[in-house]
Design a protein around this ligand. Structure first.
Ligand code: SAH
Length: 458
């Protein structure tokens, strides 16, 4: 191995002040300009750091001793959630988390030379136990099947029963399923050898409906003792309305495969959002924080400033939540989504809610938008709600070419939002009004933002 020319060495102990916090929620201690990233250290604290890993441009360290503590430290933190990375900001008091997120968005926009006002992050009343969905790996530890979460930057499972940010009813369901897997001596999947069977447990619970779906992800098609598992789950968890086996034979990081087998109950659960009813299948995306989602959609719709006669595009439409929420305020909505099950859910959801002025198409948003542009569609408003990687450049080209009055961007990643805002600006669409960060994911480093773009001359 080449010798690394760094100002620190492994196992060195260094005293220093925490001067910053990274986007991953790690404290930064500097030796000259060289940064050491430290888990569970917050700005203003003085720490004795043990260097654990040295790279050319940075190192990692752990706190040996906290010499001076910050007033912003939260002492009621759940240690497992912090060290596994379930809740990397849980060591900060909540108002400081909100400030961290605003500052993060500000910095990313500044880096792209974007002149925009970033408002204070809208916080949530419920900062823990809010997630309506869990996806936990199943592994064998010391001969016993276990559920939990990976230690940060690793695939080593830490057994966990309290996931801190998940709906406690979901945490309980995971323990119930884990105990049944133990009782019937099922095989946990082994990533190294690609052997064993049970890979993941996914649980989703309707915030208003309390309907619960349990998905057991297996490597093999055949699930032994499926009937006993179903009986065991139903005996203890009366909220469960859907039990599904998902087969994922691939050795990849993708959690779920394409094949679902309903072992018992419905193929989906139902929940409500802003007064509309939604059926949600196992492979469909559904926002994980139902309370902030209602706020988020309301904000996005307010920012669209609708008159009532608009043609609207909902790119990345999922199960149709945004489309169906705006439908009765506009002339027509056209959604596009890449996951077939989600498009099927969206179509059913339009029917259930008696909404007739929406259509949902299956495809890549970037391709469908180009088709719409070729067909000379003239949308007044385009909502985009992409995954973390943001918008494809072709989608931006097509969106701009259709000359909408507004592009309402709902973003779960401020880095790609800033990148796309820059691209939109070079194509004549500027940020109109402030950027609004919303805390969809308390205790984590993630932040959601809503922002509107309008043609520059307007
Ligand atoms: N607006 C919905 C979904 C947002 S999440 C809601 O709020 O619930 C982003 C969605 O984009 C997911 O449903 C995902 O399946 C979908 N998606 C990812 N890449 C896509 C692409 N290239 N084209 C269309 N949809 C895509």
């Amino acid at each position: 191995m080449a010798k690394i020319n760094a100002p620190v060495y492994k196992n060195q102990e260094i005293e220093g002040e925490v001067v910053d916090i990274t986007y991953q929620g790690m404290g930064v201690v500097k030796v000259d300009e060289y940064p050491i990233f430290v888990v569970d250290a917050i700005p203003g604290e003085e720490v004795l750091v043990g260097v654990t890993k040295v790279q050319k441009n940075y190192a990692f360290g752990r706190v040996i001793k906290r010499l001076k503590e910050s007033d912003l430290r939260n002492h009621e933190v759940n240690q497992a959630a912090l060290t596994t990375g379930i809740a990397p900001l849980a060591n900060l008091v909540y108002p400081a988390q909100l400030e961290f997120k605003q500052k993060q968005v500000q910095e990313l926009f500044k880096k792209m030379h974007l002149d925009a006002e970033i408002l204070p992050t809208i916080g949530m009343e419920q900062h823990t136990g809010y997630r309506n969905k869990a996806q936990v790996p199943v592994r064998e530890i010391h001969g016993e099947i276990n559920t939990g979460f990976y230690r940060r930057n690793s695939h080593n499972l830490v057994p966990i029963e309290d996931y801190y940010i998940q709906d406690p009813a979901i945490d309980h369901a995971i323990v119930v399923v884990r105990d049944l897997l133990r009782k019937y001596q099922l095989d946990a999947y082994d990533e190294q050898t690609h052997r064993g069977d049970i890979k993941t447990i996914m649980v989703r619970r309707g915030y208003y409906s309390h309907e619960m779906m349990i998905v057991i992800v297996t490597r093999r098609k055949k699930l032994p003792v499926a009937e006993a598992l179903v009986a065991g789950i139903r005996a203890v968890l009366p909220e469960v309305t859907s039990i599904i086996q998902n087969v994922n034979s691939e050795a990849t990081n993708v959690m779920m495969g394409d094949t679902n087998k309903t072992l018992w109950g419905a193929d989906y659960i139902t929940d409500t959002l802003l007064g509309k009813t939604f059926e949600i299948g196992p492979l469909s995306f559904y926002q994980v924080n139902p309370q902030s989602t209602e706020l988020l959609y309301q904000l996005a719709i307010d920012k669209a400033d609708l008159r009532g006669d608009e043609t609207v595009i909902d790119a990345y439409s999922g199960i149709g939540t945004i489309s169906l929420t705006v439908a009765n305020q506009v002339k027509q909505v056209m959604g596009v989504e890449i996951v077939p099950g989600a498009v099927a859910d969206a179509k059913r959801n339009a029917k259930i809610n008696g909404v007739e002025n929406v259509t949902f198409e299956l495809g890549k948003a970037e391709e469908k938008m180009q088709e719409w542009q070729m067909a000379e569609l003239q949308p007044d408003v385009i909502f985009v709600d992409p995954p973390r990687k943001g918008l494809a450049p072709e989608l931006i080209d097509a969106a701009v070419a259709m000359k909408p009055d507004k592009i309402v961007y709902i973003s779960c990643n401020p880095a790609t939002l800033a990148r796309d805002a820059e691209l939109l600006a070079t194509q004549g669409y500027a940020i109109k009004g402030p950027v609004q960060p919303i805390d969809q994911f308390p205790q984590t480093t993630h932040v959601e933002c809503v922002v509107v773009f309008e043609p520059k001359e307007a």
